[in-house]
Design a protein around this ligand. Structure first.
Ligand code: ADP
Ligand code: 5SP
Length: 502
């Protein structure tokens, strides 16, 4: 039996899956929560040291008989975070995360220096929203000058765990697409975007080499010993959580749409040709197979449902019942769920709001449904952009924490008017990381092995969690979606400006 480990460093927690490469089944699954520091002005940061503690706990919890058979490890991670490393490998500051909007003005300044938003898209395929890594660097230069001066290497969150495991610094093109510095057409760093970020420093010196998707690096022997893992284990390239979720949900061929309902909501496809949206309604990213992964990301998915559940004291076991007890449209309640600011649509300073309240709909069930609908409509917004690019879809593969909800699965089927499939393994990103590790390890002796072949054998669909669009609900959801867009348009001038200082 050969075992591969998949680690997924999410925003709310780190998850681990130990995968049996022969039986195509999980042997052990565990996780650890992670703390998030939220500061004034949209600051959202984590300590890289906490990730290492969480990963160590998860790995050491694996039964020894499983651990000693580990041949390879793959790491998936929340995208865009900036891990600043000093020359000797020390992390110099807290990690500014993908949902940290404090660098909004810095992103705008980079785009201006590059010649404007459209020019950025022409140069590298993407603009530089606040969430992307590039914007966090000038912020660091302004707010933490000593860190900027000592900076030797920039890593992304999953790259940092790879560094901890191997002692080697590298990036790969999937996650590197979310820096704002990679020209996603050529898979090379864009000198123009690097210069627009800092004209006085050669930032190429801070960027590690880019490796191929099937790269394998030996684990550091001392780290292997500390973790109780075999010294011959290797670490694969790993990738951004969305790129790994594409593998873990079997989305490595055209025609499938993966939707991940986590802290962020993401929606992405597999594209064999490079596609960009001139309006940047979605991100033009590389995937982790050598193709592309056009992606829509909203910053408020389970953020919205969790906030309403906490406010109304809705227990986890009650939630689906409340959604089922209300009709599509939530009795007229509309939630613009932008509690964390928003990336799609591009409103980093936006705040959340509730609309359409009356005495007869101001109840916990309608509010909870409105939060779930708002999060789902936000993703639908970007989906129209993907179709405008000529991409066609015949199904949705659902993953992330929200995919555990039967009511949410049905809502996705109805709102997108597509059949929904749910993989047996709900942790798509962790499974994708384990499968990438399995593939990369097998390719050492079988160089022609295609990732799609591994995915076909290992990603199973759970027939009991499928959902089909219900034509009786289509009209009600279309009307509710139209109402959502009306409120969004009406609020737009205020949402662009952001909240007054508190
Ligand atoms: N049955 C459910 N209904 C709605 N939300 C759920 C359900 N189960 C889990 N979640 C939510 O999913 C979120 C975690 O999703 P996950 O994909 O693990 O997030 P991340 O990777 O962003 O940390 C939590 O906010 C959790 O409350
Ligand atoms: O910023 C993006 C994608 O561009 C997010 O999808 C992050 O990658 C965080 O993911 P979760 O922690 O919500 O899984």
């Amino acid at each position: 039996m050969s075992v591969t480990l998949g680690l997924d460093l999410g925003t709310q927690g780190l998850k681990l899956i130990a995968w049996d490469g022969e039986a195509a089944a999980p042997l052990f699954v565990t996780g650890e929560p992670l703390a998030l520091h939220e500061g004034a002005g949209g600051v959202r940061e984590q300590q890289a040291g906490d990730w290492v503690v969480a990963a160590t706990r998860c790995i050491q919890r694996i039964p020894a008989a499983v651990r000693e058979r580990v041949v390879a490890i793959g790491v998936s991670g929340q995208q865009h975070g900036l891990v600043p490393l000093g020359a000797e490998g020390r992390v110099l500051a807290p990690v500014k995360l993908w949902n940290d909007t404090s660098s909004e003005a810095d992103g705008r300044a980079i785009m201006q220096a590059a010649g404007g938003r459209d020019r950025c898209i022409a140069l590298a395929g993407n603009p530089v929203p606040a969430g992307y890594t590039a914007s966090k660097l000038p912020w660091t230069r302004r707010h933490r000058p000593e860190v900027y001066a000592a900076l030797a290497t920039i890593l992304l969150p999953h790259d940092y765990l790879n560094y901890w495991l191997t002692g080697e610094r590298w990036m790969e093109c999937g996650d590197a697409s979310g820096t704002g510095w990679l020209d996603v057409r050529t898979r090379q760093w864009s000198d123009a975007m690097l210069r627009a970020t800092d004209a006085d420093r050669d930032l190429r010196d801070c960027l590690p080499p880019l490796v191929a998707p099937d790269a394998c690096v030996p684990i550091d022997p001392a780290t292997a010993e500390h973790l109780g893992l075999p010294r011959h284990a290797v670490v694969s390239a790993g990738g951004g959580d969305n790129m790994m979720a594409a593998i873990g949900t079997g989305n490595v061929v055209p025609g499938r749409l993966t939707l991940s309902l986590g802290t962020s909501g993401t929606l992405f496809a597999h594209a064999t040709r490079f596609v960009i949206d001139p309006e940047a309604r979605w991100a033009a990213f590389c995937d982790s197979t050598g193709a592309w992964l056009p992606l829509v990301c909203t910053m408020n998915c389970t953020v919205a449902t969790e906030a309403i559940a906490a406010l109304c004291r809705i227990e986890p076991g009650e939630r689906d019942g409340l959604v089922d007890a209300t009709a599509p449209g939530a009795g007229g309640v509309v939630m613009l769920p932008f509690l964390n600011g928003e990336r799609t649509p591009d409103l980093p300073l936006a705040t959340g709001s509730l609309h359409g309240l009356t005495p007869s709909n101001f109840d916990r069930a309608s509010l909870y449904r409105a939060a779930m609908e708002g999060a789902t409509f936000g993703l639908r917004h970007g989906y129209d952009g993907l179709r405008d690019a000529g991409l066609a879809f015949d199904r949705v593969r659902l993953t992330g924490g929200g995919s555990r909800s039967a009511a949410w699965r049905q809502m996705v089927a109805d709102v997108f008017d597509l059949p929904v499939e749910v993989p047996v393994e709900s942790e798509g990103a962790a499974l994708g990381a384990a499968l990438q590790a399995l593939w990369a390890h097998r390719r050492l002796v079988e160089p022609g092995l295609a990732l799609a072949d591994v995915v076909d054998t290992h990603v199973a669909i759970d027939p009991t969690r499928a959902a089909r669009p219900d034509p009786r609900r289509r009209g009600a959801y279309a009307a509710a979606h139209a109402r959502y867009l009306e409120h969004l348009d009406a609020m737009a001038p205020m949402l662009v400006r952001g909240a007054p200082p508190s």
